[in-house]
Design a protein around this ligand. Sequence first.
Ligand SMILES: [Zn+2]
Length: 103
Amino acid sequence: MSDKIRIRNHRFYSSAAWQKVRVMKLQHNPLCEECERQGILNPGNEIDHIISITIRWDLRLSWDNLQTLCKPCHSRKTMEENKEAMNPKPIDQMARKLKDLLK
Ligand SMILES: [Zn+2]
């Protein structure tokens, strides 16, 4: 991620508009949506962008792009997103998998 994007994201997260939407979303749904999908009711206290704002800056305040998460779910998702960003293209991964199969 470039510094420019990092600074832009950082500024956004401290903006009044984000704070307002964040609180609204938490009030609307105080449960972790990821845990809920696993059938667990767990309070969440972090609001996540389903599609990262690094990818879709235009969806940063879009209600449909927000979900409530608990801290462990949020960290896991962020880690996976970072991993994806660093990984080679899916086509390379497929080629590697094929090679493994043919070994
Ligand atoms: Zn969770």
